[in-house]
Design a protein around this ligand. Structure first.
Ligand code: 4NP
Length: 172
């Protein structure tokens, strides 16, 4: 039997050392729990290039590890031409990343791939969370900010996967 083409997902923040690698790790962990890893291609990047080649921020890694997730991603910068061509979903962490990525989209079809990740977050009853639209940048703050990021990206991962199931994108 021919296997379905993987769904490709790119998480984007500013530096690619805090929020988007945390989001990538949380989503991969959720896929592993549901034995769905083989259905996806997942990556992350930053709109900025200051941290290219680096592992995620030490505190991002510590908080992920406390949640059973080992982050080994190396930071890279968003590449408009290549990334729009090769990803189905481009999930941005805040409105600034969203606007930057949207402004680089080659055409209207590509703009449809771009979302604010928190749009997929849901409350305990499964209803969309209306309110905060951005994953707050923890870079200049303390541990609590990194822990909040971990909670947000964990909830958003669940909501995003539910969205894919509800829209029949995993049924082949
Ligand atoms: P991130 O956080 O976008 O969540 O990776 C940041 C990391 C680095 C910088 C800013 C935000 N920086 O200015 O170097």
């Amino acid at each position: 039997m021919k296997s379905a083409k993987p769904i490709s997902v790119l998480f984007v923040c500013l530096g690619n050392i805090c929020r988007s690698p945390a989001a990538e790790g949380a989503f991969l962990a959720l896929l592993a729990m549901q034995d769905l890893g083989h259905r996806f291609r997942v990556d992350s990047c930053g709109t900025g290039g200051w941290h290219i080649g680096e592992l995620p921020h030490r505190t991002t890694r510590e908080v992920a590890r406390a949640n059973g997730i080992e982050l080994t991603h190396r930071a890279r910068q968003f590449h408009p031409e290549r990334d729009f061509q090769s990803f189905d979903y481009i999930l941005t962490m805040d409105e600034s990343n969203y606007n930057d990525v949207m402004s680089l989209a080659p055409n209207s079809q590509d703009r449809k791939k771009v979302f604010l990740y928190r749009e997929f977050e849901r409350d305990e009853s499964g209803n969309p969370l209306l309110g905060e639209r951005s994953v707050p940048d923890p870079y200049y703050g303390g541990l609590e900010g990194f822990q909040e990021v971990q909670s947000i990206v964990t909830r958003a991962a669940e909501g995003f996967l539910e969205f894919l199931k509800e829209t029949d994108q995993l049924n082949s």
